[in-house]
Design a protein around this ligand. Structure first.
Ligand code: NAD
Ligand code: TYD
Length: 342
């Protein structure tokens, strides 16, 4: 494999950091340059082992800062830029949409403008299945394909959809060499405690109430984070440009079933479950049809949910200091504002 320099934006967050480790392990000759401005969701301790690798560089930069990004790219001459950097939590987007538009839309545009200016040969946008809106619960025969119209429900998904449209417009207008992946819900190590699976694991471990929105019947299509990393690896090493790929492993589960499964694994009582007010505009069901990425690039998910959730729970049990540091800091204020004094 020819040596490459890959810029990973948002590499101090959940999926970006898993991608950093995946790439450092798989391609020992590659240079991985992480760009992250370390918002509440970015954590340098996540990258502790990567920082010891001479092929890894970390730069604390905002993707909206054109000059700083341009200086870095001039120096590093990336072969590929993979954009994970984003505001990623639906509940926060309902409270404060502004930063979602800035980072997710303007940040993506800024990165693409620098890439165009410097003729970076390849750009990949990490998007989400949430851009398609939702599916009804009573139509299990329906799935999101790449042809499903974009129909976002939350400020988060609308901002991701806006970025996707810009990427496709840059491809059409400027022949900008880009691809997009739209993945379903990920789970695994380094998942920030505000999201469903880590939140429920951590609350259960601390014998705190588990807040389930609405009736708990909303369905998500869960994929182990490493399978998502493998999909992105395949896309960026393919010769496909201007394409969108849906990524998902046909693993639909209702929230309440996930919560009960976690309680069962941790031997905690179901009486910890507390039904709370529903999320505004709450999407009912996400379900990905991954036929295109399978047929064109040979991608298939490798980790079954039963194994992935086991590995994930073990990771949270074995890495208490990672999440204890987070939940004892600024996150405490977020939690009490969001869920009351639980
Ligand atoms: P995350 O919130 O855990 O991490 C986001 C990272 O981006 C953080 O490290 C943060 O510091 C950084 N960041 C935020 N704003 C930035 C800015 N302006 N400049 C530089 N860095 C900035 O998110 P995640 O769950 O790892 O998601 C990564 C990407 O994958 C996002 O684009 C998200 O939309 C997409 N995605 C996530 C999921 C999921 O289930 N989590 C599923 C599909 C797609
Ligand atoms: P989340 O992890 O925020 O991902 P997304 O909304 O992007 O799919 O939420 C997953 C599902 O879990 C979603 O239907 C909302 C629900 N949920 C709860 O029921 N309680 C919670 O405390 C959280 C954070 C989420």
């Amino acid at each position: 494999m020819t040596k490459k320099t890959i810029v990973v934006t948002g590499g101090a967050g959940f999926i970006g950091s898993n991608f950093v480790y995946y790439m450092l392990n798989k391609y020992p000759d590659y240079r991985i340059v992480c760009v992250d401005c370390l918002t509440y969701a970015g954590n340098l301790s996540t990258l502790k082992t990567a920082l010891e690798n001479p092929n890894f560089r970390f730069e604390k930069l905002n993707i909206c800062d054109y000059d700083a990004i341009k200086n870095l790219f001039e120096e590093e001459k990336p072969d590929i830029v993979v954009n994970f950097a984003a505001e990623s939590h639906v509940d926060r987007s309902i409270k404060n949409p502004d930063i979602f538009v800035k980072t997710n839309i303007s940040g993506t545009q800024t990165l693409m403008d620098v890439c165009r200016e410097l003729n970076v040969p390849r750009f990949h946008q990490v998007s989400t299945d949430e851009v398609y809106g939702d599916l009804p619960l009573d139509r299990p025969d329906l799935f999101f394909t790449e042809k499903t119209p974009v129909h976002a429900s939350s400020p988060y998904s609308a901002s991701k959809a806006g970025a996707d449209l810009l990427v496709l417009a840059y491809y059409r207008t400027f022949n900008f060499p880009a691809t997009i992946s739209r993945c379903s819900n990920n789970y695994g190590p380094y998942h920030f405690p505000e999201k469903l699976i880590p939140l429920m694991i951590i609350n259960a471990l601390n014998d705190k109430p588990l807040p389930v929105y609405g009736d708990g019947k909303n369905v998500r299509d869960w994929l182990y984070v490493e399978d998502h990393c493998k999909a992105i690896d395949l896309i960026i090493h393919s010769n496909k440009l201007g394409e969108v790929y849906n990524v998902g492993g046909h693993n639909e589960m209702a929230n309440i079933d996930i919560v009960k499964l976690i309680l069962g694994k941790l031997k905690k009582p179901e009486s910890l479950i507390t039904f709370v007010e529903d999320r505004k505009g709450h999407d009912r069901r996400y379900a990905i049809d991954p036929t295109k990425i399978h047929d064109e690039l040979g991608w298939l998910p490798e980790t079954k949910f039963a194994d992935g959730i086991e590995k994930t729970i073990d990771w949270y049990l074995n890495n208490k200091s990672w999440w204890e540091e987070i939940i004892s800091g600024e996150y405490k204020n977020y939690y009490s504002k969001m869920y009351g004094e639980n």
